[in-house]
Ligand binder design. Structure first.
Ligand SMILES: C[S@@+](CC[C@H](N)C(=O)[O-])C[C@H]1O[C@@H](n2cnc3c(N)ncnc32)[C@H](O)[C@@H]1O
Length: 413
């Protein structure tokens, strides 16, 4: 019997309009990984994986070569909520200069300073900084933490959002008044407070003089990142500018865990050795029983029940629990703490979480980017980041937009 949250090979083939042989090939290539139904050993597919791929078809992904565009001028970014610099390095790799970065966390600031002593790192609560003097900035970026607004009237205005970090983001955009601003967030913002939070943000950006491009959720796996992370991107274009912004085009090629940890197209050597967290012995004993690409469903029934506790009876796939990642699939989204309950992403061959440098590789940080603070602080900074390669592709899309903007400005003068 096939368990409810799984689809058979035939059902998946029909849903995706592909034949069974293509699906078997996709399984070998890691594009759509099947799992084995425990009793019959037939190939079955997690419904969530199939639906995710189905959404990709609608994106109409082409096999593009590159999104690279060389900057025709020196462009400057002000990066808010900068963390350990994932997005900032991506911008730098796209040829954009980091004019200043704001971050409240002292360890993340130490990371930024350690790696880029010349960057202007403004440490402290964003509320305490005024950016009115920064009037040569082309881009304001920021991954503001998501918080609910309280609605006084029908349409949310900037003043109503006071006290939230989005308010601070919008306030800085208003002070700096750049041609383009980019907010990044988790996919959950789409449905936060039934979509009202996002609508509120769009109406506030409108009020301060920015048209918001239709919001998209970019999948890191489509941008040379061997990880299934997603980022919601909120692009605001100053209202006096009549130039269309285009999101970076997704790549067809999907990279896998082996591309992150071993020498290959993404990195020119195997991952360097480094410190890493360990699982408590009871968790290790359970994860020892999970095969590559497997998860809690692959455990003997009595251990499933003990490991899952009450959630065993709650239904739903929960395919991220007690998961051992396979070499030939992208990693699941990394969290801020690698040994935390219910989000285990175990190394394929050894029963342990990924080390710090492995974590950094999966987020496509360069090997020479060092992280400051305790082991836990380092994992947190990496887990919080925008993957560098995704940041770089977003950077190219901004460069393309700004090249057009400044060339139009020049031809009008
Ligand atoms: C999602 S992380 C940003 C990650 C970053 N964009 C990157 O790519 O590495 C959000 C950051 O906002 C910072 N933050 C939270 N509250 C803040 C505040 N009041 N002022 C400044 N930074 C703040 C957090 O410390 C955290 O590093």
């Amino acid at each position: 019997m096939v368990i409810k949250e799984h689809l058979t090979l035939a059902e998946t083939a029909e849903l995706l309009g592909k034949n069974k042989e293509t699906l078997r090939r996709w399984d070998r290539e890691g594009k759509l990984s099947a799992v084995r139904e425990p009793i019959s050993n037939y190939r079955v597919y997690r419904k969530s994986d199939v639906l995710e791929l189905f959404a990709d078809f609608e994106l109409n992904i082409n096999d593009i070569e590159s999104n690279f565009v060389a900057p025709e001028n020196e462009y400057k970014v002000l990066e808010l909520f900068a963390g350990a610099g994932g997005l900032a390095i991506g911008m730098e790799q796209a040829g954009i200069k980091c004019a200043a970065l704001n971050e409240i966390d002292k360890f993340a600031c130490a990371t930024l300073r350690k790696n880029r002593p010349h960057w202007n790192v403004l440490e402290g609560d964003i509320k305490n900084f005024n950016f009115s003097g920064y009037n040569d900035i082309d881009i304001v970026t920021g991954g503001f933490p998501c918080q609910a607004f309280s609605y006084a009237g029908k349409k949310l205005g900037l003043a109503d959002a006071r006290g939230t970090l989005f308010y601070e983001f919008a306030r800085v955009v208003k002070e700096v008044n750049p041609p383009i601003c980019i907010g990044e967030n988790v996919r959950g913002l789409l449905s936060h407070d039934n979509g009202k939070t996002l609508q509120g943000m769009i109406s506030i950006l409108n009020e301060i003089g920015y048209d918001v491009v239709p919001v998209e959720v970019l999948k890191a796996i489509n941008f040379k990142v061997p990880q299934k992370r997603e980022r919601l991107i909120l692009v605001g274009i100053r209202k006096d500018i009549d130039i269309k912004y285009y999101y970076p085009k997704p790549f067809k090629k999907v990279y896998h865990l082996k591309d992150a940890l071993k020498k290959g197209e993404l990195f020119d050597c195997d991952v360097p050795k480094s410190n890493g967290a360990k699982y408590p012995s009871s968790k290790k004993a359970v994860l020892d029983l999970v095969p590559q690409k497997g998860y809690w469903r692959d455990l003997p029934l009595d251990i499933q029940k003990e490991f899952m506790g009450g959630s065993f009876y709650l239904g739903g796939g929960k395919t991220g629990i007690a998961r051992r990642i396979g070499w030939d699939e992208p990693c699941l989204t990394l969290t801020c703490s690698p040994a935390q309950k219910q989000t285990e992403r175990c190394h394929p061959d050894e029963t342990r979480p990924f080390t710090v440098r492995e974590y950094a590789r999966i987020q496509t940080f360069p090997d020479d980017w060092e992280f400051a603070g305790s082991l836990a602080q380092q994992y947190k900074q990496i887990g919080n980041a925008v993957p560098v390669n995704l940041g770089r592709e977003i950077g190219y899309s901004i460069v393309k937009f700004l090249n057009q903007y400044y060339s139009l400005l020049k031809s009008n003068n």
